[in-house]
Write a protein that binds this ligand. Structure first.
Ligand SMILES: [Zn+2]
Length: 77
């Protein structure tokens, strides 16, 4: 078993938000399609929760948190 006292639980998640849009023109797709809203939420089990933010920002925060997790693992390993 690893040292539980030092373990920080992370479970990084990247959720793209999308919205259902019914396309009426042309009737080639009469069913709703999922269209990205351009917003994304990044969450992690450690308590990180960005809320819905622009996807570009979310990508940046996601990468930053991944580095942070890597550094913690490196420091505790
Ligand atoms: Zn985390």
């Amino acid at each position: 078993m690893s040292d539980a006292r030092r373990a920080v639980r992370h479970n990084l998640r990247f959720e793209n938000h999308s919205t259902a849009v019914v396309q009426e023109e042309g009737q080639t797709r009469p069913w709703p399609v999922r269209v990205p809203t351009g917003e994304t939420t990044v969450t992690c089990a450690c308590g990180l929760d960005t809320g819905a933010i622009p996807t570009d920002n979310a990508r940046m925060l996601y990468e930053q948190h991944r580095y942070l997790i890597r550094d913690e693992i490196a420091a505790n390993g």
